[in-house]
Each structure stands twice: as structure tokens, then as C-alpha cells.
Write a new protein. Structure first.
Length: 148
């Protein structure tokens, strides 16, 4: 397919977030603060995908994400693909992986946990799909977490 004939306009430089599960697209955009940016952002939902059924795709002009921003993304949409674009070409592709430690992103589901009662960031150890709170050791499934 010609680059100029894509379903969503090509960007000169920035980041394309691809293979987002369609139902997570809005959450990903919120998590990354895309509605506050001053650069063009294109959000598409329900594109056909062999990998995830229906997918979302987000194109962000003139924005390259930090590792911290990407680790936030891994909590709601692991395995999405980040395409780094320069001069309309993909110069780097990264699959988002969930890190082994997540800090300040997810709320602990234990109401008695110190992080829910004192002004301190949450801290979880990740093993597979299970997050374990560093402070109270309560476990929770990553697919059912509540974001901070």
C-alpha cells in the first residue's frame, strides 16, 4: 500500500501506537495525557487486526515517549507496538513490555494498605499477570487493576 493511501494520514515525525486492543484505546490516550498535547493527535478505533481482532491506533506528531510513560502504558495495554517515525519512515519499533516493578501507576486494592492512607506512591512487583504490593503484599490481577 502506498504510504499516502493509509487509512490514517502519515506523520512526518512522532510516535504511532499500534495494536491497542480497541476497547483500551481511549484509556491509553488518557494515560499518556494525549488530550493535553498541543501537537496533532489522531485516534482510530476498530480497525481490523490479525493480532487482536479489532484494534486501536494512535498517531502523535512531534512526540516521543519516555520509558516511564511507556511503562504506564504496559499496565493497560501490554504488547502494543510503538513505531518511532522520522521523515515519514519507521526508524524503530518497540513492543511494550510490562516491567518487573511498577511504581505510582496502579492503586492497591487493600483499603488498609499504607498507600491508600498516607500520601505515598504505590509500588508493585510484577510476576506474570500478578502484581504484588511492596508494602502490604496483597496480590491482584493486572487485568483488573485500578489506575492511580
Amino acid at each position: 500500500m502506498n504510504k499516502k493511501e493509509r487509512l490514517v494520514a502519515a506523520i512526518e515525525q512522532g510516535t504511532v501506537i499500534d495494536h491497542i486492543p480497541a476497547e483500551k484505546t481511549y484509556q491509553v490516550a488518557c494515560l499518556l495525557g494525549l488530550f493535553d498535547l498541543k501537537t496533532p493527535v489522531t485516534i482510530g478505533i476498530n480497525y481490523p487486526s490479525q493480532k487482536v481482532g479489532n484494534k486501536g491506533i494512535i498517531k502523535v506528531s512531534d512526540k516521543f515517549f519516555t520509558d516511564d510513560e511507556i511503562s504506564r502504558l504496559s499496565v493497560v495495554a501490554p504488547k502494543v507496538i510503538l513505531n518511532i517515525i522520522r521523515d515519514y519512515e519507521v526508524v524503530e519499533k518497540k513492543t511494550v513490555e510490562t516491567p518487573s516493578v511498577i511504581k505510582g501507576i496502579v492503586r492497591c486494592n487493600n483499603p488498609k494498605c499504607i498507600t491508600n492512607n498516607e500520601p505515598m506512591p504505590t509500588h508493585f512487583h510484577v510476576e506474570g499477570n500478578i502484581l504484588t504490593c511492596h508494602y502490604c503484599e496483597k496480590e491482584q490481577d493486572i487485568s483488573k487493576v485500578e489506575l492511580v
